[in-house]
Design a protein around this ligand. Structure first.
Ligand SMILES: [Zn+2]
Length: 221
């Protein structure tokens, strides 16, 4: 008899057989460094100063985010908007730039699209830590109940899925890869992919292919 058959469905629709849930949170520790050459020193790491510069020239607007070099403190500017018409920018948004709104500073400091457009990289090292809460999600343990793990990102740091699994389960790289390839851990993306937003994974107790799983697959087109 397979114990998994008797596991009740969780109240919020976690799917059949999933009775245990865990929440992992990628906690924000800081903003990524802005990586571009400093014209004064050899450093390449910059941080936002927390200020914007807004220039109005007739009906045209320029908005820059000010950053400073980690080593020498030299301030430089990143173009956020260049010569756009006043009408193009929402007045509330303009006010946020003028007020140096910290929410907008955070948003733009993490904006990969802006980094690509302005020609710099983001260094996310040291910007996050994984909080796994209860230690009951150890998948190596023989446990009759399958586990659903929800991974929530507080910041869009790109993190290799394999690294999250290693930290989250406290397992070696080879153990994690083995569990994924055997179907014990089920992922919505490749193990080598980088995740940067919320996803859910499952740890199942009976790795396929089993006779039941094969029968299920045949039944579902
Ligand atoms: Zn410098």
């Amino acid at each position: 008899m397979n114990d998994c058959r008797n596991i009740s469905v969780s109240a919020d629709g976690g799917g059949p057989g999933i009775s245990r849930k865990a929440l992992w949170v990628v906690r924000e520790l800081g903003l990524p460094a802005i990586v571009k050459a400093c014209v004064t020193c050899r450093s390449t790491r910059h941080h936002p100063t927390g200020k914007f510069r807004v220039n109005a020239n007739g009906k045209l607007l320029d908005v820059w985010m000010l950053i400073c070099c980690e080593l020498c403190g030299r301030t430089s500017k990143i173009p956020v908007h260049e010569r756009i018409s006043v009408q193009e920018l929402d007045s509330e948004r303009l006010l946020m730039f003028q007020d140096n709104d910290p929410v907008v500073v955070r948003e733009l400091a993490m904006d990969a699209a802006l980094a690509g457009k302005a020609g710099y990289q983001l260094d996310w090292s040291g910007t996050w830590e994984l909080e796994t809460g209860t230690p009951s999600c150890e998948p190596g343990r023989e446990d009759p109940a399958p586990l659903k793990v929800i991974i929530r990102f507080e910041l869009p740091a790109p993190i290799r899925v394999e690294k999250l699994l290693r930290i989250g389960f406290g397992l070696s790289r080879s153990a994690v890869k083995g569990m994924v390839s055997s179907g014990r851990i089920r992922l919505p993306m490749a193990i080598d992919a980088k995740a940067r937003e919320d996803f859910t994974l499952f740890v199942v107790t009976t790795p396929p292919p089993s006779r039941d799983a094969a029968a299920d697959q045949e039944a579902c087109p």
